[in-house]
Write a protein that binds this ligand. Structure first.
Ligand SMILES: *[C@@H]1O[C@H](CO)[C@@H](O)[C@H](O)[C@H]1NC(C)=O
Ligand SMILES: *[C@@H]1O[C@H](CO)[C@@H](O)[C@H](O)[C@H]1NC(C)=O
Ligand SMILES: *[C@@H]1O[C@H](CO)[C@@H](O)[C@H](O)[C@H]1NC(C)=O
Ligand SMILES: *[C@@H]1O[C@H](CO)[C@@H](O)[C@H](O)[C@H]1NC(C)=O
Ligand SMILES: *[C@@H]1O[C@H](CO)[C@@H](O)[C@H](O)[C@H]1NC(C)=O
Ligand SMILES: *[C@@H]1O[C@H](CO)[C@@H](O)[C@H](O)[C@H]1NC(C)=O
Ligand SMILES: *[C@@H]1O[C@H](CO)[C@@H](O)[C@H](O)[C@H]1NC(C)=O
Ligand SMILES: *[C@@H]1O[C@H](CO)[C@@H](O)[C@H](O)[C@H]1NC(C)=O
Ligand SMILES: *[C@@H]1O[C@H](CO)[C@@H](O)[C@H](O)[C@H]1NC(C)=O
Ligand SMILES: *[C@@H]1O[C@H](CO)[C@@H](O)[C@H](O)[C@H]1NC(C)=O
Length: 384
């Protein structure tokens, strides 16, 4: 018995949205070769969090290398909190499933924001184009299992968790999800895109198509993210502490306040100020182990299926505020991702205007969702 589903499926049948969603917890065995970062201590105070940021942004340095003392296998059984959504009018053809992996600062609700009656919901739009969706809290965060923040909860372990969830759902082993998908599209945002990309390099057979949102392979602007967050301990941060369901150990960091949240994820004058307040109230942390492994992705992927990249034109962490810049090697920083996919049969990069890094939180978000679904449809997925 390698997996089980805990408890009952919780059914949320919304009146406002034409969808039926099931909440569940999937218990999976996960094992990965993790980095051992014993060259540094886990930051345990707010001053340590700032010291960590200073270390990680020092020019000419590579703090991941400074911290790295070796590698070790990390294995465990972990709970993954997931939401599976189906349209109220199911399609008769095979199920095309999108597996949605969120980025830093968010949880699975990034894809199905309840804000303003779900009119920013990526899930609602995907369902209207014929998909089923599975969104989940990345391992270590939200209602998924938490863990030790330096040597355990790292990108490597999370990619293996994504692979396990995908295998289970592909072979119909998640109780309550009756239909095996005929096609699986992995969709990521930001760090979730980095993990989706890494998954495609390691296990190319698990995906039929990839959508990488808020992503590039230009690491030049990482330090703007690390500095702009003004990291504090999540455990000591009012917006996180106020939520009774959050319980993070020291070494889980969060942006200090809504000004930092705006700097990292938003493009001014193109979002509802209330959605910034909402994002700040519901923000999720990041572990130091994640921050030290965000850039630890393979240099290329032999994935052969279609790949779509979409970035906000004004994305800060992956484009330094301008994704239309050439990136030195391609027509734009977003288009530069193609170099990492030498075997893809179809690649397209799109730059969504008037949008920062958190694409789904801007006024024009749904027009971007349409670009994604139109690309996929051209390659045989979903419907008009
Ligand atoms: C299911 O989870 C979502 C958050 O992802 C939450 O808003 C909703 O209330 C949950 N539904 C139930 C029935 O627990
Ligand atoms: C900062 O880096 C130094 C070594 O360069 C290390 O001794 C120290 O623990 C680091 N501090 C944090 C909080 O990362
Ligand atoms: C920094 O060091 C890590 C660990 O040795 C390595 O994987 C990574 O490629 C280095 N990054 C850069 C930009 O050189
Ligand atoms: C998963 O959650 C269930 C229910 O809360 C709990 O009994 C079980 O111990 C958890 N498993 C892990 C690996 O945390
Ligand atoms: C959501 O609704 C508001 C008005 O209530 C509108 O201004 C905005 O453009 C809508 N956003 C999306 C993503 O549909
Ligand atoms: C996590 O669980 C709590 C209830 O325990 C629920 O209120 C909340 O919506 C859940 N969050 C997510 C992201 O699933
Ligand atoms: C489903 O996938 C899991 C994970 O790889 C595997 O352990 C299990 O045996 C598979 N089950 C079936 C019915 O194929
Ligand atoms: C939060 O986690 C700590 C251990 O890190 C534990 O002592 C405490 O009981 C937990 N609190 C809740 C409300 O789960
Ligand atoms: C990143 O993009 C900038 C242009 O905005 C370019 O000057 C730089 O060479 C790029 N870096 C890499 C590593 O591609
Ligand atoms: C909204 O997005 C669409 C699709 O990318 C784009 O064509 C349009 O110009 C955008 N509108 C604004 C006001 O940015």
């Amino acid at each position: 018995m390698v997996s089980s589903t805990i408890g009952l499926w919780l059914l949320t049948a919304g009146i406002v949205s034409a969808k039926t969603c099931y909440n569940t917890t999937i218990e999976v065995p996960v094992s990965s070769r993790n980095a051992v970062f014993n060259g540094i201590k886990t930051p345990v105070t707010n001053q340590d969090a700032t010291a960590f940021a200073l270390n990680a942004t020092r020019q000419g340095g590579n703090f991941t290398e400074t911290a790295l003392t070796g590698y070790a296998t990390v294995s465990g059984h972990y709970n993954i909190s997931a939401q599976y959504c189906v349209p109220n009018k199911p399609t008769s053809d095979g199920v095309n499933l999108q597996i949605l992996t969120h980025g830093v600062g968010f949880d699975k609700t990034y894809w199905d924001l309840p804000f303003n009656n779900y009119n920013y919901s990526y899930v609602d739009y995907a369902l209207s184009r014929g998909y089923h969706t599975l969104s989940y809290d990345r391992l270590g965060l939200g209602n998924s299992s938490h863990g030790e923040p330096k040597n355990e909860i790292q990108s490597f372990l999370e990619v293996e968790a994504l692979a396990q969830i995908t295998r289970l759902i592909r072979n119909g082993s998640v109780p309550g999800i009756n239909q095996k998908p005929s096609k699986v599209i992995h969709v990521g945002h930001s760090f979730g895109s980095a993990q989706t990309y890494a998954l495609s390099a390691k296990y190319p057979d698990l995906s039929d198509a990839l959508v990488l949102t808020g992503f590039s392979l230009n690491a030049s602007y990482n330090s703007l993210f690390l500095a702009g967050a003004n990291f504090q301990q999540a455990r000591l941060n009012r917006a996180v502490v106020d939520r009774k369901t959050s319980n993070y150990s020291l070494g889980y960091l969060t942006n200090a306040n809504s000004g930092n949240n705006e700097y990292l994820f938003f493009y001014p004058e193109h979002f509802d100020p209330k959605i910034l307040a909402f994002a700040e109230q519901t923000k999720q942390p990041v572990t130091v182990g994640e921050l030290l492994t965000i850039a630890s992705v393979p240099s290329g992927s032999e994935f052969t299926g279609p790949v779509f990249v979409i970035d906000g034109a004004n994305d800060l962490p992956f484009c330094g505020g301008d994704c239309t810049a050439t990136g030195g090697t391609a027509t734009s920083i977003a288009a530069g991702v193609k170099l990492a996919f030498p075997s893809t049969k179809a690649f397209s990069a799109y730059i969504q205007p008037n949008t920062g890094h958190g694409l789904n939180l801007h006024y024009n978000a749904t027009a971007g969702y349409k670009q994604i679904a139109d690309f996929l449809q051209q390659h045989g997925f979903g419907k008009k």
